[in-house]
Each structure stands twice: as C-alpha cells, then as structure tokens.
Ligand binder design. Structure first.
Ligand SMILES: Cc1cc2nc3c(=O)[nH]c(=O)nc-3n(C[C@H](O)[C@H](O)[C@H](O)COP(=O)(O)OP(=O)(O)OC[C@H]3O[C@@H](n4cnc5c(N)ncnc54)[C@H](O)[C@@H]3O)c2cc1C
Length: 477
C-alpha cells in the first residue's frame, strides 16, 4: 500500500514533494516529549490546497493515516504519526494572503509562523498587533489556534481559538468546507451569525480535516508599552495580586514564573536550591496605551496598587522595568520582544521538554503551585511553574515544566510517572490538560461524560469515516 501511495503521489505532485528517506522519516517519528514515537512511511510537503486534496483523496482511497505537522512543538506528542502512514508537513504553505486593516483580520495559510506575522505587521501594518506565545518563533499560528493555545494577549482576548473568524478546510473526502463569512465569499471579520462550525476543527488535534486557510483577528497596536517585573516572596500574595490585577482591565498581561524558571533562564539545568532571601515568584506585567496621559495614569495606578498590597502585608520588590533589568542583566532580553526563543528550555544536552499544562480556575493557582511543588520535590525536580490568568480572569493556565534527557529510558519513565501524578492532582482541582496527550484521554476517559465522548467520536466519524486523520490521538476506548 505504501509503495502504491508513494508512486501515485510522486506522479501527481512530483518527487520533490514526497520523501521516504530514513533520515526524513526519523525526523518526524518523535518530538521533545516523553510521548511514544511512531515512524511515518512517507512525508509530503504540499504547496497548495490542491496538493492537500490530492494527498487526502489518495490516503482516503487506500485508508492510509495522515498526520499534519508544522513545527512539531505542541508538547503533547500530537503530531507524532502513532499509526505510521503520511506526515503532511505544511511549512511550505506559508503565505499571509491578506491583512485587512479596516476590518482587523489576517487571512493566512497553515504554515505561517509567529515570526513571519510579527515581521509582516511591523513592516507593512504597524497600526495592528497580534498575540504571541512563548513558543519558538518558527512555530505555527494555525496549529496553535486550532489547539486553543495561549499568548501574551490572552488576558484580553482569551485562548487562541477565540481569535478565529473563519476557516477553509479540506475534508478527508477531498471536499472543501468554508465556515463563517468565507462560506459565501464575504469578508471574514467575524463568525457571527453563523453556527460556529470552526469548533469542528478546534481541539480535534487534526483529526477532522486539514485547515488550509484561517482568518484570525488582529487588534490595534499601542504606542506606549511597558513590561515590568515584581518579585514576590509568598505564594498567596503573588497569585492573589496577579488574579486581582487580571480583573481590573488595566493591563494587557499578567503572569507568574517561579524562581526555578528564572534560574533556568540564567543557565541552571535543574535548579533545586533556593536561598531563603530569594523571591519565590516573579510577576510579569504588560501595560500599554495609545495615549500618553492614560499610560502614565495606568502606571500610577499599578504603583498604588502594589503599595496597597504591601501595606496589607504582601512582600514585593518592584515593579522593576524590564528595560532596566536588561541593562543590569542582558539575559532578561529574552522577554523584551515576542516571539522569542526560550533556549534554556530547548538547547540543553538531554533535549527533552515536557509539561502538564492545564486550564482551570485562577482562584486555585496558589494551591496548585504548592501541591505541584511538593510532588516535584518528592522526585527531586525543581518547581518550574508558570501561571497566567486569561479571558479577563475567567480562567487561566497552570503548568509545570520539566526538562529531561530523552535518550535516558529511566528518566523518561520517571518523568511520565511525575506527569501523571501532576495531572491527577490538577484534575482533582478542576484543571484539565490542554493540547491533550493521548495518555490523558486514556487515563481519564471514564470521568468524561459518556455523551460528550460519544459526540466527539460521532463528529470524527462523520467527517472522517475511514478514520485516516491523526489516528491514535484524541481516542477514547
Ligand atoms: C519552549 C516552548 C514554549 C511554548 N510556549 C507556548 C505558549 O506560550 N503558548 C502556547 O499556546 N503554546 C506554547 N508552546 C507550544 C507550541 O509550540 C505552540 O502551540 C505552537 O504554536 C504550535 O505550533 P507547531 O507548529 O509546533 O504545531 P504542531 O506541533 O506542528 O501541530 C500541532 C497539532 O496541530 C495539528 N495540525 C497542524 N496543522 C494543522 C492543519 N493545518 N490542519 C489540521 N491540523 C493541523 C497537528 O497534527 C498537531 O495535532 C510552546 C512550546 C515550546 C517548545
């Protein structure tokens, strides 16, 4: 079957776009995480929606699995071809097709990266801004939006699926589905008033079709901007303050990083020791405005607010301007401009990076930090914890990050066990892992409402009756 599909795709697309050499196949067999590997049989590099249609039609005819990928950095093992077959590498479909300044949206292809969007807006549309995650600059916008990721404007604009106005999708049977205002050829400035069929492709981990165009929201850029850090010495004040601030409609972003994350930035591989005089958490804050007076006023309010919390017993240092911090220690420059590359998470000798990243109630951040730190300490791992309120403080992200040696089996087994322990605890507290790895579905399937599970299965079956799209992921027993 592989020989047949390779021959047919080479004939239809040309041999440059179809690869079967072992080096290429190995490249897509695993990611940075502890999730199990899966070797593809071939990798295809479509240049157009027509190429995507050709691959899907052939794969559907011969019932060969298809797994899409852009940068393979989702950290849930989601682009690993668990059942082999075709990896569809979408990096070459990377055009920004339109930026509409008046109606504030961009229409993009699936391989467009965060860096590309940032450069494009800066050079051509400086009046508009987009949101940027902490993922490497070469990672994809479309995968992040359909996987409901988060970024530096998620406090204002929610998780990434909420920025999607409309989609064009090639379905496994080769048909083209257009949602929202793309469905009749209108301007994709919103999904309203249509039924939100974007949802058929959000959170489905590439199992319902291949997104070939996405219209995403853009927002007005701000003339005055500041990024500042507060150093916090107790957990309750740190999370109490950041949650309070999130609800004031004052800042663009607020989040907390544990001390261990900061130490990793300064080159420690697994920082375990904390001097009692060191802060426990860093609170980072983004402020912006288009008006000088408003900007000055916002800064004043922030300083007053910090003073009020101090007067009530919170131990904070700062706020310290990021620009000043960078002058003192250039390594803080990693946070000066997004997108950025957090090389301390990526370029260490073991090469492994994983997390239990969850969404849930911000009111339980402090409890989650403490319980997670206890679990990690038990396993001699540092408390690398990042939290961020999102959607105006309605919910937030709580995630524990671990770096490890991918080639050390003992360590991989240890990290897998720790992640399960962390996830058990998070789920008890009302958080659920996003970009959800298969082990999470396996472990918690029985807790999930049976009708909910069935509808997910039914939707997949409706759109992909032969089950060729990313099998082995988002799978319920
Ligand atoms: C250091 C680091 C920091 C990170 N920080 C953040 C962060 O702050 N916020 C955040 O949200 N994420 C973060 N991530 C996770 C990830 O990097 C981002 O979500 C990124 O945008 C994913 O893009 P990708 O190109 O790697 O997606 P991939 O891993 O290639 O794909 C993700 C999923 O989407 C599917 N898919 C891809 N394209 C399509 C398509 N066109 N149609 C259908 N299915 C498709 C794939 O099959 C897979 O299931 C981080 C990762 C790292 C390594």
């Amino acid at each position: 079957m592989t020989t047949e599909i390779v021959a047919s795709l080479i004939q239809k697309m040309g041999k440059d776009l179809v690869r079967t050499d072992p080096k290429t196949l190995q490249e897509f067999a695993r990611d940075m995480t502890e999730n199990p590997a899966g070797l593809p049989d071939l990798v295809v590099y479509p240049l157009s929606s027509e190429n995507v249609r050709t691959v899907l039609s052939e794969a559907n005819r011969l019932k060969v699995p298809v797994t899409c990928v852009v940068a393979n950095t989702n950290l849930g093992g989601l682009a690993i071809p668990q059942q082999g077959g075709i990896v569809m590498n979408l990096t070459r479909m990377n055009k920004i097709l339109e930026v509409n300044e008046a109606d504030q949206y961009a229409l993009i292809e699936p391989g467009v990266t965060w860096q590309q969007m940032s450069d494009h807006l800066e050079q051509n549309h400086p009046g508009l801004r987009f949101a940027y995650p902490l993922s490497p600059p070469e990672t994809g916008i479309v995968p992040n939006c359909i996987m409901d990721g988060l970024a530096n404007l998620s406090l204002r604009h929610g998780s990434a699926s909420q920025w999607i106005n409309a989609l064009e999708v090639i379905l496994p049977n080769g048909e083209t589905l257009r949602t929202g205002h793309l469905s009749y050829g209108g301007r994709p400035c919103t999904n309203a008033p249509f039924p939100n069929l974007n949802g058929l492709f959000v959170g489905f981990q590439g199992s319902t079709g291949v997104v070939v165009k996405m219209a995403v929201q853009l927002w007005p850029s701000r003339k005055y901007r500041k990024r500042a850090f507060l150093l916090a010495y107790d957990v309750e004040s740190a999370y109490g303050f950041s949650n309070h601030l999130a609800k004031q409609d004052l800042v663009d972003d607020v989040g907390t990083l544990s001390l261990a994350s900061g130490k990793m930035l300064f080159g420690e591989y697994r920082p375990l020791y904390r001097d009692p005089n060191e802060p426990l958490l860093f609170i980072y804050i983004d402020l912006s405005s288009n008006y000088e007076k408003d900007f000055a006023c916002k800064q004043e309010i922030l300083i007053d607010m910090v003073a009020e919390w101090r007067a009530q017993g919170a131990k904070f240092d700062g706020p310290l301007d990021l620009d000043e911090l960078v002058r003192i220690e250039p390594r803080f420059g990693k946070f000066a401009k997004f997108p950025t590359r957090l090389d301390f998470l990526l370029d260490h000798p073991g090469g492994g990076l994983t997390w239990v990243g969850t969404y849930g109630p911000t009111s339980r951040f402090a409890e989650g930090y403490k319980k997670g730190a206890e679990i990690l300490a038990k396993h001699n791992l540092p408390p690398v914890v990042v939290c961020r309120p999102m959607g105006a403080g309605h919910f937030g992200v709580l995630r524990w990050i671990t770096v490890f040696d991918r080639d050390n089996e003992k360590e991989v087994a240890q990290i897998s066990a720790v992640n399960r322990e962390l996830a058990d605890m998070a789920i008890e507290m009302g958080f659920f892992p996003y970009k959800t790895p298969q082990w999470v579905w396996d472990r918690y399937a029985q807790r999930i409402n049976p009708a909910f599970r069935q509808i997910i299965k039914d939707v997949r079956h409706l759109l992909d009756p032969n089950g060729i799209m990313n099998p082995g992921h988002l799978q319920f027993p």
